[in-house]
Design a protein around this ligand. Structure first.
Ligand code: ADP
Length: 262
């Protein structure tokens, strides 16, 4: 639990750092759109020389914005994955107390563990961070309280099911976090995984939580999906590939890998 708290504090620091970057990025974008506006005004009035100056300003801001995103990408890539065979039910059970404390007494937490759940090969610290993030988003969507559910299940997928999720057919484990909160409009749901997309007031949201979760799911050979409608709450599911390696890999003396970090 100590470790969990340290992790969530670290996430908060990450949030502050990335929030700062988002803010800088936003300022640069404002500079770029301002310059573009001035350029079109100059164009309308035939003031070519002034136009050149504003083009330079916009180019400079765009270059700095690109440098910022590179810094952010370099930062996120440093968090290389350390996948290990993991029982998602055990991981969720180990987080229950922290989640309960984080969401507060107005939200009732329900954990629904899938029976005979397959193991997954996953970086369990990252999975914990992802789930904690999803629970914090759920809490934010339920200011008056509500119900938060964490559910796991085995998901064998044929070609059609897997294809619909842009995954190869095979065996997956789903870990879903549902809330009875505000829900998302289709427009918000379509953008929710984008980096820096947030509907929260400045300083309260970084817009990076879901994009990091999406990146983590994809890096782990899985997928993340949102199911949400205004007034009907939100379910966000991670689909993570079943770990088949253990016995077979031991038999051939091979190390059980199969996922490249970053
Ligand atoms: P942040 O939480 O910092 O805004 P995220 O990437 O975690 O960034 O989420 C992006 C946006 O997706 C949120 O601002 C919110 O509009 C929407 N969202 C995420 N989770 C939920 C949820 N459980 N219910 C309703 N909306 C959500």
């Amino acid at each position: 639990l100590e470790e969990q708290l340290r992790q969530s504090q670290k996430m908060e620091a990450v949030g502050q750092l990335t929030g700062g970057i988002a803010h800088d990025f936003n300022n640069l974008l404002t500079g770029i759109s301002g310059s573009l506006e001035l350029i079109s005004t100059c164009m309308a009035r035939g003031r070519i020389q002034e136009m050149e100056r504003f083009i330079e300003v916009a180019q400079g801001a765009a270059t700095r914005a690109a440098a910022l995103t590179h810094r952010l990408l370099a930062f996120s890539r440093r968090q290389t994955l350390d996948p290990r065979p993991t029982d998602a039910n055990r991981l969720v059970a180990g987080m229950e107390e922290l989640v309960r404390r984080t969401v507060g007494p107005a939200i009732s937490l329900q954990v629904v563990p899938g029976a005979g759940l397959w193991p997954i090969l996953i970086d369990h610290h990252q999975l914990e961070n992802a789930l904690l993030n999803l629970c914090i988003n759920a809490r934010d969507a339920m200011p008056e309280g509500g119900r938060l559910t964490i559910e796991t299940a085995n998901r064998p997928m044929d070609a059609a099911e897997a294809g619909a999720l842009d995954l190869p057919p095979g065996a997956y484990v789903s870990v879903c976090v549902s809330d009875t909160g505000t829900g998302m409009t289709p427009e918000v749901a379509a953008k929710a995984f984008d980096p820096f997309f947030t509907t929260k007031p400045l300083g309260q949201g970084t817009g990076l939580g879901l994009s990091m979760i999406y990146g983590f799911a994809r890096q782990s050979g899985g997928q993340a999906r949102i199911c949400s409608a205004p007034g009907e709450g939100t379910t966000i599911c991670l689909y993570l590939p079943r770990h088949e390696g253990a016995s077979a890999a031991e038999g051939t003396g091979e190390a059980p890998h199969g996922m490249a970090p970053a």
